[in-house]
Design a protein around this ligand. Structure first.
Ligand code: SF4
Length: 359
């Protein structure tokens, strides 16, 4: 089975136990701006965010939870550091999950209070271990934030919660180093059954950040590791959602079409780049996980187009449309996109006119 053996419920979203991998992001508006946070939460929910996290740095920020939950249907996670009372108040305010490290909130009775409150409300806890904030004794023992150090820290926090009979746990082990993140997640996945939230932390600005995240998250997903993910970018959080969804698509776990298109060469006689881009845009509203091949000539075109769910092998100002491995018809260049959209409509929800309206 892919992913963890255990499953937890974050509001109405199942995480682990074979549930679809969910995509998360985090609000980036200052915590004292309630209206701004609510507006960004609505934007992210509309962009396909499955689970949303909000920083709760102080008691005043608790009001964000109710304000946001009144406007969105997706689960809301309260991100807490150091002060266990923020966790207790966040649960009381309706948070669907708490991200907190039990070892950082000041000892046994405080951990017990958080565990008891979360258990009573059916709220899971994410233990989020980060290479930048490991315990001093663990860093000393391992000589730095190596994968073994991340795993030991995560297990320490988990044991604290388990000591209070709390097992509704999601784990994350993140480093800004791709190889370190992957190794730490592999270590912990081999040693425990809790669902894993995966991601490369502080991965940077979009170009490198998406590459690092795709390699780290993608490697783990292909290993069968990971139940929920966040692409962590120095960019508007809607870009994190788009990147997360694309990573899922790239490893065959996503929804919506995947466009396969060739790099073109001297044999290509049409503007394939424009055709591929317009095809991607026009099919964006389709949920079916279909592959659509947009190919430049007769060398690899017919083969790829025939293997995809639908496709086109282009010629000089024309294209041969394939669907289900068979040639459907030959059309002129201007008719290629409408023909692909019409064929795509047979796989899904929205009628061809909807796609055409976006052209
Ligand atoms: Fe070149 Fe044709 Fe291959 Fe595209 S499919 S790269 S045009 S040979």
């Amino acid at each position: 089975m892919r992913g963890s053996k255990k499953q937890v419920m974050v509001g109405g979203v199942a995480v682990g136990g074979g549930a679809p991998v969910s995509v998360q992001s985090m609000l980036s508006i200052p915590a004292n701006d309630v209206g701004g946070n609510v507006a960004q939460a609505e934007e992210l929910a509309a962009a396909g965010c499955d689970i949303l996290r909000v920083a709760i740095p102080d008691m005043e920020s608790i009001r964000l939870i109710d304000a946001i939950k009144r406007k969105i249907q997706i689960p809301l996670v309260a991100d807490i550091h150091f002060d266990h009372r923020l966790a207790l108040e966040s649960v009381a305010a309706g948070a669907d999950k708490i991200r907190i490290n039990p070892g950082n909130i000041g000892g046994g009775d405080k951990v017990r209070q958080v565990a008891d409150t979360c258990r009573k409300h059916g709220v899971p806890i994410r233990v989020g271990v980060n290479s930048g904030s490991l315990e001093k004794d663990i860093l000393k023992k391992h000589g730095g934030p190596v994968p073994q150090a991340l795993a030991e820290s995560a297990l320490r926090h988990v044991r604290l919660l388990e000591g209070f009979d709390f097992g509704d746990i999601v784990l994350s082990l993140k480093s800004s180093d791709v190889a370190g993140t992957v190794a730490a997640c592999r270590l912990i996945a081999a040693g425990c059954d809790y669902p894993l939230h995966i991601g490369v932390t502080e991965s940077g600005t979009p170009r490198m950040g998406i590459l690092k995240s795709a390699i780290g998250i993608g490697s783990l997903l292909l290993d069968g590791i990971g139940d929920t993910l966040r692409v962590s970018l120095t960019a508007p959080p809607a870009e994190e959602i788009a990147a997360g969804r694309d990573i899922l698509k790239a490893v065959g776990m996503g929804r919506g079409p995947t466009v396969i298109s060739c790099p073109t060469c001297g044999r290509c006689k049409i503007d394939l780049a424009a055709l591929a881009r317009r095809t991607e845009e026009a099919l964006a509203g389709i949920d079916a996980p279909i592959t659509v091949a947009v190919m430049g000539c007769a060398v690899n075109g017919p083969g790829e187009a025939a293997h995809a769910d639908l496709g086109v092998a282009c010629g000089d100002g024309c294209g041969i449309i394939f669907a289900g491995g068979k040639v459907i018809r030959k059309v002129g260049y201007d008719e290629i996109l409408p023909a692909l959209i019409a064929q795509a409509a047979t796989f899904r929800n929205s009628p061809p006119a909807e796609g055409l309206a976006r052209l």
